[in-house]
Design a protein around this ligand. Structure first.
Ligand code: ATP
Length: 234
């Protein structure tokens, strides 16, 4: 079996007494793009937060390579090589574009993703590098969020609903950049509500429904009917 970068094994996640995930298991292999789809409230963001240390779990439930990371803090996990492009972008509003990118670099490890590399991927960010991140359009802010994650030179990159609230033309631009973003060897998990995009860009897909995995399969092999059933429960 190919090497797993991320292995989640029977993950239960809670907000206080409320259980949001029930025994979720998932595997991401090296170089693979895995899509996680599901309706509002299905648990997709909770799953991402559980991987990045924003929600702690029993140590053995989440493994990154051979390391058990389920109980580590977010900063420890970032240093190990996992980065997230969070839902809503969550840029540092008082900082410039370039300062946001530099902070991403401080969270991670040295590597091929530098300021110059990010600027050649998204040239508009170089033009705007001294502007406050909040003065940019939504699509440009999303590019900053992606660049900031890349600057940590992650082994695993998690995208949480990157198309949310963006115009279709911007979504297209960002999706066209993704193959370069993911590049060789990096693995990615892409959380999406847009089923077509998610299936088109990924190698494998997981569907969550009410906190449980309702479908898992190769993206090219799962049928529309199977996805609809797993997504909507009909
Ligand atoms: P969306 O697409 O709307 O972001 P999602 O699939 O990402 O949905 P989650 O945000 O993971 O879903 O939410 C899963 C469940 O956990 C939902 O029932 C939600 O109401 C609940 N939940 C999420 N965040 C919290 C929180 N901070 N406190 C309490 N409950 C929460």
């Amino acid at each position: 079996m190919p090497e797993a970068v991320l292995e989640i094994d029977g993950l239960d996640s809670f907000y206080g007494d409320f259980q949001a995930l029930f025994g979720v298991s998932m595997r991401v292999e090296r170089g693979e793009v895995v899509a996680v789809i599901g309706a509002n409230g299905a648990g997709k963001s909770t799953l991402m937060r559980s991987v990045t240390g924003l929600l702690t779990n029993r140590p053995e439930m989440v493994r990154f390579g051979t390391a058990q990371i389920g109980a580590l803090r977010a900063d420890q996990i970032a240093h190990m090589g996992i980065a997230m492009v969070p839902e809503g972008r969550q840029l540092f509003p008082s900082l410039s574009v370039e300062e946001n990118l530099i902070i991403g670099g401080q969270a991670g490890r040295p590597g091929e993703w530098t300021l110059d590399a990010v600027y050649s991927l998204f040239p508009v960010l170089k033009e705007r590098r001294h502007q406050a991140s909040t003065s940019l359009s939504g699509g440009q802010q999303q590019m900053v969020a992606i660049g900031r994650a890349l600057m940590s030179n992650p082994e695993l990159l998690l995208f949480d609903e990157i198309s949310l609230g963006l115009a279709p033309i911007i979504i297209k631009t960002i999706y066209e950049a993704l193959p370069d973003v993911i590049g060789t060897g990096m693995s990615a998990v892409l959380v999406e509500q847009d089923i077509t995009r998610a299936v088109d860009i990924s190698d494998r897909v997981y569907c969550l429904q009410e906190g449980r995995v309702s479908l898992e399969g190769k993206s090219g092999e799962v049928s529309r009917e199977e996805i609809s059933k797993a997504y909507f429960g009909v």
